[in-house]
Design a protein around this ligand. Sequence first.
Ligand code: AP5
Ligand code: MG
Length: 189
Amino acid sequence: MLNIVLFGPPGAGKGTQSVHLVESYGLIHLSTGDIFRANIKGNTELGQMAQSYMDKGQLVPDDVTIRMLESEVNKHPEAKGFIFDGFPRTTAQAEALDVFLDARSTPVTCMLALEVEEAELKARLLARAETSGRPDDSNPTVIQKRIDVYNAETAPVAGHYALQGKFTGIDGIGTIEEILDRLKVAIAH
Ligand code: AP5
Ligand code: MG
């Protein structure tokens, strides 16, 4: 079982690279942001609750997010492995994921952290706002809030996996193919 935590700030390329990693390794891609957005589109109770946080660039509360993620994993008993994209985003989420996966004897294999500087992140997100329809892309104040929340609450999660010897930083600047190659080299190690 190959369980990859694909980590990085907003706009680092997690979603973009996940598509290619799924093709190469036959994994199930679980993006908590995508799942929340699907719930918003479907106007579910979960979607309505998540939207109030996402539109402001804040994190959805841990208890709801953890429950949702676990239920998504449970939907795929035949999976060869998972790419966790945008999860865990807090130390509490990382600890809950450890407990949950340890109970299944399928621990996280590695955390691959895409590293991109802030000016490039903002440029990518503002460019994507033209086409994404994501309310959290179109407002520079919300983009800044997402980056600030990442630095304050999410960046420490890297330390959680570093302590387990599972952290690898990946240069997230370059073409999509170049970055994919770097990810594959890290997975092979
Ligand atoms: P989420 O959907 O996870 O958004 P995010 O982390 O803010 O980041 P993005 O999805 O915008 O970026 P990405 O790294 O996937 O980059 P992408 O490949 O799209 O979360 C949204 C919200 O949901 C959160 O703010 C929070 O409210 C909530 N949420 C989600 N998970 C949660 C959790 N676990 N706990 C609590 N709340 C949670 O690329 C970005 C752009 O750059 C694209 O246009 C792409 O084409 C372009 N690009 C990609 N690669 C390159 C490259 N190499 N060169 C140039 N451009 C590139
Ligand atoms: Mg994404």
